[in-house]
Unconditional design. Sequence first.
Length: 694
Amino acid sequence: MSNSRSEATHTHCPYCALQCGMTLTPATGYIPLEVAPRTDFPVNAGALCGKGWSAASLLRPEVRLTTPLVRDGDQLVPTSWDTALDRIAAGIQKVQDHHGRDAVAVFGGGGLTNEKAYSLGKFARTVLRTSQIDYNGRFCMSAAAAANNAAFGMDRGLPFPLEDVARTDCLILVGSNLGETMPPALRYLSELVDNGGTLITVDPRRTRTTERATLHLSPRPGTDAALALGLLHLVIVEGLVDEEFVARRTTGFPAARAAALAYWPERVEEITGVPVPLMRQVVARFTSAPTGMVLTARGSEQHASGVATVHAWINFCLATGKAGRRYCGYGCLTGQGNGQGGREHGQKSDQLPGYRRIDDPAARVHVAAVWGVDPDTIPGPGRPAYQLLDSLGRDGGPRALLVFGSNPVVSAPRASHIQQRLRALDLLVVADVVLSETAELADVVLPVTQWAEEDGTTTNLEGRVLLRRRAINPPDGVRSDLEVLAELAKRLDSPVPFATDPAEVFQELRRASAGGIADYSGITYARLARGEQLFWPVPSEDHPGTPRVFEERFATPDGRARFIPVTHLGPAEAPDAEYPLLLTTGRVLAQYQSGAQTRRVPQLVEAAPSAFVELHPHLAERHGVTDGTLVRLVSRRGEMTAPARLSTRIRPDTVFAPFHWPGQQRANNLTNPALDPVSSMPEFKVCAVRLEVP
Ligand SMILES: Nc1nc2c(c(=O)[nH]1)N[C@H]1C(S)=C(S)[C@@H](COP(=O)(O)OP(=O)(O)OC[C@H]3O[C@@H](n4cnc5c(=O)[nH]c(N)nc54)[C@H](O)[C@@H]3O)O[C@H]1N2
Ligand SMILES: Nc1nc2c(c(=O)[nH]1)N[C@H]1C(S)=C(S)[C@@H](COP(=O)(O)OP(=O)(O)OC[C@H]3O[C@@H](n4cnc5c(=O)[nH]c(N)nc54)[C@H](O)[C@@H]3O)O[C@H]1N2
Ligand code: SF4
Ligand SMILES: [Mo]
């Protein structure tokens, strides 16, 4: 394969979970590839957002890593691969000899391909034999995942293709700003409205997304559970429960019903700020519509009561009979490029490939046979992401950490504290495409290949498995994550082989997933390359895949969906005299996540050059702030400084900041690491702050 290949490569975007189809062709300028949207891939059908269009900019050698680096005092200095890998192997050996196997930890990412996520989990469990592995998906959709598993017996973010969203009669979209986070998906909302459907949005802010809505609800941040309980209350007292559906397809309604009865409309208005008549309209529209869906995203889920909140929305769907049939159901809009696949193949602390549980003896036997190890050597569950990062360098906590595909210095809650924990390590290794803020702290940095330079599969937010293709050779000096793992395995006397060819890894992943919930055994690179649209589970090579998973039955043992009774707990931190405002955090169109990648792309920096604090003009006036004034936000964890952006689209009691920037602009200086008791999701979406003008 050479850089002068003239043919086009059909592949997918390196960024979000929409995984838009794109075509790459060789270019002659300083960016080696030209990007064009694919019209033959149904999800984006010819559209891309600015991040997709500019993705090839990161292939430029001047913005990426091209050589391994090792720490020499305060500096990171270039070195050879052998030196870097030897140093890591020796460091791991030393830490494990002195402090035991669990003293080495691994942190993965939902942007890694299925092959990488699988190999990373296998590497942790067979070579390091550490239980201490988790990943950034814990910060993303873990609340919805836990609720989906409990309610439906399966966590496929969307249990139906996105195209179904355009065909439902009533959609409630909760805490999603997909107009900025997945712009090509806006067309599904437009089609829904053009088809005469009703779009209801729930977000404390009005956004590019809520503009399309028939009805918009603007609750106080962190009160979605009360809102959903209040809607269910109205359904019950107005006699609108779909009794036949509840009896035939669900269990557990009486307890959920009893819980909702405590949330009468006036009480819910008091908690949420949503007027009672608006709640009544939502219930009337949703229950009278022949079909309906509720979709949640991070706004509703990233709370210390995220799982309970998602259950409240699921209960509402089930009671109204809007689940388990065409154009109906609950779904979670997964975020990262491989956010779905990344949670299925074993980089999560409690999981083995195929979405198996690590504490399930049968699962351990199955996976151990594929790996060629004794099941008893596979460690048990480890710490979830925040607890893992928080334990680094402490007594009983890991002393070495390998990071693949995350930048927690910017993206973890209470990030300045996490930064200190990383500094306390004996050994920090970061494999990345760029010198991220986390890589800057590392003892060894490994430069790895990126999307257009390697093959691999991702699973998009619909559970559709996709093949990304290599379009260009990586620069000399850069290796793939799979090669890194294989080299380290060799140096650490691995009991089992690690393939470096993604196709070979996928063959193994197929076997490891066979019979699991996320069964990929019928998927092959050849089928994907032919353009077959395969939604898991795909249990055999002649199986067409499963676009809609719950139409016949739910994935629970008895086939019924489960109501889980929940109550409203509210934010872990309430505003008070010292910290009177609510901060909520999220995203802007032109930047991605910790910004490690997109802050290196000129077009995107021009579109979104810095963080900002969005606040209502009334609040601004009280502080003498005008558009562009530098303001400081202070919470119990820390502070950030950024220009004010005045907007009537936000509640006067709430401010919003994006989390894509480091240093003084780092929103995660402020965020509260209060964790959900079931999923360990941190409370990114609400904490108490005060505003100062420095
Ligand atoms: N441009 C861009 N696109 C991305 C990403 C990116 O970083 N940048 N990241 C990708 C990833 S990994 C993810 S997870 C997705 C996230 O996609 P989204 O969930 O759409 O993104 P957010 O901006 O985090 O949050 C969405 C909305 O939640 C609202 N919100 C805040 N608090 C509450 C609340 O208490 N209740 C409700 N109902 N809403 C609330 C915010 O005002 C915000 O508009 O985006 C993906 N796409
Ligand atoms: N305040 C606040 N904080 C948040 C959120 C929020 O809404 N508010 N959202 C949370 C959510 S939903 C998420 S998903 C997290 C995401 O936050 P992070 O985990 O920090 O995500 P990224 O910035 O995508 O980091 C990915 C890193 O991996 C690198 N990378 C990309 N591809 C590869 C690869 O193939 N191999 C390797 N080795 N490296 C690669 C990138 O260059 C980048 O440095 O942030 C969370 N943090
Ligand atoms: S919407 Fe997501 S997948 Fe599509 S081009 Fe933008 S970042 Fe890439
Ligand atoms: Mo995410």
